[in-house]
Design a protein around this ligand. Structure first.
Ligand code: SER
Length: 593
């Protein structure tokens, strides 16, 4: 079953069980301070898992675009993907364990749906620990449905617990479903260590909220959050051992072969080829959500993906510009389900062309730097070494992968201190991990009063920017913690301090009017007709929430917000800077009075 068919089938199944379909949220989370990218289907839904009312009701199904960059160095093997789609069904305080497990079972095994033989399935349940007890209920439910006891593994929190996505937030035990992917007969006993058992679906029972003190408090509503990786499961159902062997990637490899002048596809794919198609696929999706390559945050991740794809291209002998050929193929493959890709096609291709041209210059500079480095070592020295630090410098500054430096080193009779490189690399990783943890501070979509106020201030800023700079201003990203707001918007030029002052004044005047913040539910069309701004273009088929602040601002949004602008204090812009090409970033705070 190809991915498109699986996507449709999953959605139809849950629609037949009374779920409402939502479109994917953008890859760049709005108003979520904790992560750069949406990493799971539940991310955009956190406010509803925390108790807010979803405009479409309590039972939701969808397919969410996700990016996970944690394993980026692993991409190249047969399983890792940077971008993937996650199917999921959610219950916000509606059904719980019994229905969730029965739905999963029916979808997987029923003839009408995936029709997977019971024999090929196994499950895990949470074994229990000091924080929460053994999930007896899930265990009994699986037994009742006919899963043999030796096909149910009890696992600890490290395996059978999900969330919170940040340091605090909704979380709970999960039950995971596994599929036997081997050719050999299915073993009697389920061994979670055996790689031929592949995880295909995860039902999370969100019963707890982890608070800042690290305590697990019972949530007021019991939620279900499930996730099924579309690429992986579709590959398994096609009897393929890797996603890269499916229709999602075959055309991309074919385009690559064409670039290389191959008339026939090679029998096996190399890591470099996988990296190229994976990274460019991810890059297209990120750009479709409005990000251009740059030096910070999402823009930087995007730049790394593109540059790594180009370097891998060089490694397999591609000298000419090629990335837009692959990107066009991604655009063609995905535009039907994700219309934003088609809408952004022009932007994507233009930005990729610019980036590829710029990177060619960087590569050249790096090569010169490398040559300078080796020229410093006197010819008579026998054991010529490029230190780990220097190799890392080339990696970090010019994007030279270690292998490239090693290859060039060998050509000149040098060796590279690999251990030293690894050390420098680990140190750097440690630092970026700490940086990432920093970002998690405040918790996932934390709904503290301070954050809600800054969220309201963000709406005021959005409107004030439009009024001062013009209608071309559109939100490109937003990130709010309890301490500050950060807002990215489209605008080519730096905003002068004078204009920033005007914007501050405008906002502070609205604050002084002590306007109530009002929320109404309406259809997207009604919202548009009412002049609401906001990014949720494709998101909801039926109803959205529109937050109004007097006559000043009207914006589609999920909340939470302050009740009255009078609570906000003084609005102050701390910084205005470039975020990526054509996108500016403002950091602002509220000062209590
Ligand atoms: N959030 C869970 C996961 O990512 C289930 O959707 O696996």
């Amino acid at each position: 079953m190809n991915a498109a068919a699986l996507r449709n089938m999953y959605i139809s199944f849950f629609e037949s069980k009374g779920h409402k379909k939502i479109n994917s949220a953008p890859l760049v989370p709005e108003n979520d301070p904790t992560v750069l990218f949406t990493t799971a289907g539940m991310h955009p839904l956190v406010p509803y898992l925390n108790g807010a009312k979803h405009p479409l009701g309590n039972k939701i199904v969808g397919c969410q675009k996700c990016i996970r960059t944690g394993d980026i160095e692993e991409v190249g093997d047969a399983v890792h993907l940077t971008f993937f789609e996650m199917l999921g069904n959610w219950s916000f305080g509606d059904y719980f364990k019994r229905d969730a497990i029965e739905y999963s079972f029916e979808f997987l095994t029923s003839e009408k749906w995936l029709n997977i033989p019971l024999e090929q399935l196994a499950v895990t349940v949470f074994a229990g620990d000091d924080d929460a007890q053994f999930d007896q209920e899930a265990f009994d439910l699986w037994r009742k449905l006919g899963i043999n006891e030796n096909r149910i593994a009890k696992c600890a929190k490290k395996d059978n617990w999900w969330g919170p996505a940040g340091q605090t937030g909704p979380c709970g035990p999960d039950t995971e479903m596994f599929f036997w992917s081997g050719d050999a007969p299915v073993p009697e006993k389920f061994d979670t260590e055996d790689n031929l058992w592949v995880e295909i679906w995860n039902d999370v029972f969100m019963q707890y909220n982890k608070n800042e003190a690290g305590e697990y408090l019972t949530l007021e509503q019991n939620n279900v959050d499930t996730g099924m990786g579309l690429e992986r499961v579709s590959a398994l159902l096609q009897g393929k051992s890797s996603c890269y062997e499916t229709e999602l990637f075959i055309p991309l490899f074919a385009a690559l072969d064409q670039v290389r002048g191959f008339t026939e596809a090679p029998t096996a794919r190399q890591a470099s080829e996988r990296i190229i198609v994976d990274h460019l696929r991810a890059a297209v999706f990120i750009m479709a959500d409005g990000i251009a390559p740059g030096n910070i945050d999402q823009a930087y991740v995007l730049r790394r993906l593109i540059r790594r794809a180009i370097r891998e291209g060089r490694k397999v002998g591609i000298e000419q510009n090629f990335i837009t050929v692959i990107a066009q193929c991604v655009i063609d493959n995905y535009s039907e389900y994700y219309p934003e890709i088609e809408r952004q096609a022009q932007f994507i291709i233009t930005e990729l062309n610019t980036e590829e041209a710029q990177f060619a210059v960087t590569l050249e500079k790096g090569t010169r730097e490398f040559e300078k480095l080796i020229a410093k070592v006197p010819a008579h020295i026998e054991r010529k070494v490029i230190s780990g630090k220097k190799a890392f410098f080339l990696y970090e500054t010019y994007g030279f992968p270690l292998e490239l430096t090693e290859e060039m080193a060998t050509e000149h009779g040098f060796i590279v201190d690999r251990k030293g490189f690894d050390k420098a690399f680990k140190k750097h990783q440690e630092l970026s991990r700490k940086g990432a943890e920093q970002k998690f501070k405040g918790g996932l979509a934390d709904d503290s009063v301070a954050t809600a106020r800054l969220h309201t201030a963000t709406h005021l800023l959005h409107t004030a920017l439009k009024k001062q700079l013009g209608d071309h201003v559109a939100q490109r990203g937003s990130n709010i913690t309890a301490e500050r707001l950060r807002f990215d918007f489209s605008n080519d030029e730096k905003v002068p301090r004078e204009t920033l002052n005007k914007i501050e004044n405008m906002i502070n005047q609205v604050i002084d009017q002590k306007l109530p913040i009002e929320c109404e539910e309406m259809s997207v069309d009604e919202a548009k007709a009412a002049g609401a701004i906001g990014l949720f273009g494709d998101r909801y088929d039926e109803k959205v929430k529109v937050y109004s602040i007097g006559n000043f601002s009207k914006e589609i949004c999920g909340g939470p917000h302050a009740d009255n602008t009078g609570e906000l204090g003084r609005f102050k812009i701390k910084k205005e800077e470039s975020s990526s090409r054509g996108v500016r970033r403002i950091k602002a705070i509220l000062i209590e009075e």
